[in-house]
Design a protein around this ligand. Structure first.
Ligand code: DGL
Length: 276
């Protein structure tokens, strides 16, 4: 008899690089029985400044690989990829649960006291139709000031993190948001939570800095549950056993970043080169 129980299968996750690790950390914590196949598409990074058709092409290539591998669902752990191609991916795999990222404009609009929400995201996310529609939806609640951050993703992909350069890049952007009276800053790119302490320090104590890892983990859990796909048995004793990593870049460099960003407990992580 063929085993058709998909519950023990992994959930596929991808990003252009290490940004997806900020989402993966939330997924591991919130879904303790699940396993994950994680792709970092580092050979094609950054997505934030690429033409739309190239991002769509990468999204469909990676989705196809994860789908063929047997993943029971997929998380697009990248705001830029979601904004560019979530529609095409969902149309291609109609019966496959796909969860995407969306900048936290809704919670920020409900939180702000000044009525101004700041967003930091990639150039492509800020320019996207999807983002414009999102901002329009919450316009009655808050004014949204969005700042693209070209160059920031590349700095966050550097190990160890070049703190001073990151601060120099971010300082004028954060100050501009403060000049507009923003009291909430939304991190609209999954790489940025790794520099949230720098952003908080630049913004000062009166400004909330929010990200989307946990809401996405909750959304995935609800979706898996409603489809009868939620794993019901412990996946493995050690957290490192629960993920298979794949990179289209250099696995040695990826391991250094992984340890630097998520900690030494990932020293024995399984990381394979992926040629797609
Ligand atoms: N981490 C991705 C995001 O959430 C994009 C980074 C990139 O520009 O490649 O938007």
């Amino acid at each position: 008899m063929i085993d058709t129980d998909l519950k023990p299968q992994a959930v596929g996750v991808f990003d252009s690089g290490v940004g997806g690790l900020s989402v993966l950390a939330a997924l591991l914590a919130h879904l303790p029985f699940e396993r994950f196949d994680f792709i970092a598409d580092e050979r094609h990074l950054p997505y934030g400044d690429k033409p739309q058709h190239e991002i769509t092409d990468r999204v469909l290539t990676l989705s196809n690989w994860l789908h063929n591998k047997g993943c029971k669902a997929m998380v697009m752990a990248c705001n830029t990829a979601t904004a560019a191609a979530a529609g095409q991916a969902r149309a291609t795999y109609a019966n496959w649960p796909i969860v995407g990222m969306e900048p936290a404009v809704k919670p920020a609009s409900l939180m702000t006291r000044t009525g101004v929400v700041g967003i930091l995201a990639t150039t492509n996310t800020v320019a996207s139709e999807r983002f414009k529609n999102l901002v329009e939806r919450y316009e009655p609640l808050a004014r949204v000031v969005a700042k693209p951050c070209p160059g920031l993703v590349e700095l966050i992909e550097t190990s160890p993190l070049p703190h001073r350069e990151i601060e120099i890049l971010l300082e004028p952007l954060v100050h501009d948001l403060l000049a507009h009276q923003a009291d909430v800053i939304v991190l609209g790119c999954t790489h940025y939570p790794f520099v949230a302490p720098i952003i908080s320090r630049l913004a000062g104590p009166g400004v909330a800095v929010i990200e989307t890892g946990l809401p996405v983990a909750k959304q995935l859990k609800a979706r898996l549950d409603s489809e009868g796909l939620l794993a019901t048995h412990p996946a493995a004793a050690a957290v490192g056993e629960r993920v298979n990593f794949f990179t289209t870049g250099d696995p040695v460099a990826f391991r250094a970043k992984l340890l630097n960003l998520l900690g030494e407990e990932w020293a024995d992580a399984r990381i394979q080169a992926l040629a797609v």
